[in-house]
Design a protein around this ligand. Structure first.
Ligand SMILES: [Zn+2]
Ligand SMILES: [Zn+2]
Length: 245
């Protein structure tokens, strides 16, 4: 990675970003729109890497250099909101579980003789228990939603990387660009291909490349098809023109 001297600390550790800014790996100084946080809007460096990458200022989830544009930014905002909901629900779960335990203990200590007294104690203990179970369910739902929103953000980022290179991107290339492990990069590219958002080509160097343009196979197949149709054109030309017009 090419480095230059950092405008803040002077160390030769400043890595230029894609939008004219960059980040210093020594002091953490960041500049440029590519480092603007989609949550707090501060120009701030990213802490951690991969799915653990967060804004150094607000702690919200981020992708490197805001790759993936608005699609990724929106998904990251949804992810942050869902994570906050999950935390709230988790805290509620703990408090309600403590409440259930407290009421149960108090009921056991009081040990009412009558059936009605026992029923009241039972009912008082069941309500916080029910609330605790409901909160736990909500926390799980929010966590699952946060996970899928995060995946959408990284897919959008991977798609932009694939689209930015005409020849396409390889698994190691994407892993390096996004600062993630190759298995994660491969998962993202496979997912994009499954949903027809990227295409696969195998180059002369036997490297698998993922791109958003038309694949070499398809271009060649279409060329052959066009040549074939020219051969039979004498017979069906008037009919074909009528159809395509
Ligand atoms: Zn610096
Ligand atoms: Zn932030």
């Amino acid at each position: 990675v090419a480095t230059s001297s950092c405008p803040a600390c002077g160390a030769n550790a400043f890595v230029a970003g894609r939008g004219g800014g960059g980040t210093c790996s020594s002091c953490g100084y960041s500049s440029g729109e590519e480092n603007r946080c989609p949550h707090c809007k501060a120009v701030a460096r990213i802490e951690g890497s991969g799915l653990q990458a967060v804004c150094a200022v607000c702690g919200g989830p981020r992708v490197p250099e805001n790759l993936g544009g608005e699609a990724a930014a929106n998904a990251l905002r949804e992810q942050k909101k869902a994570l906050a909901n999950a935390r709230t629900a988790s805290v509620a779960t703990v408090l309600q579980a403590i409440g259930a335990a407290f009421v149960t203990l108090a009921g056991l200590a009081a040990a009412p003789e009558s059936i009605v007294g026992k029923a009241i104690v039972f009912a008082l203990a069941v309500v916080p228990l029910f609330l605790a179970l409901r909160s736990r369910g909500r926390a799980q739902t929010s966590r699952a939603f946060a996970k899928s929103a995060g995946e959408r953000a990284w897919l959008a980022a991977a798609e932009e990387v694939a689209a930015s290179s005409k020849a396409g991107v390889t698994v190691p290339g994407l892993a390096k660009k996004l600062g993630i492990e190759p298995p994660h990069a491969e998962k993202l590219l496979t997912e994009l291909t499954v949903h027809d958002r990227t295409r696969i080509d195998v180059g002369d160097d036997a490297e698998v490349r993922y791109s958003t343009g038309p694949s070499q196979f398809r271009v060649e197949a279409e060329k052959e098809l066009a040549e074939e149709s020219e051969l039979v054109d004498d017979v069906g030309s008037s009919e074909r023109e009528g159809r395509t017009r």
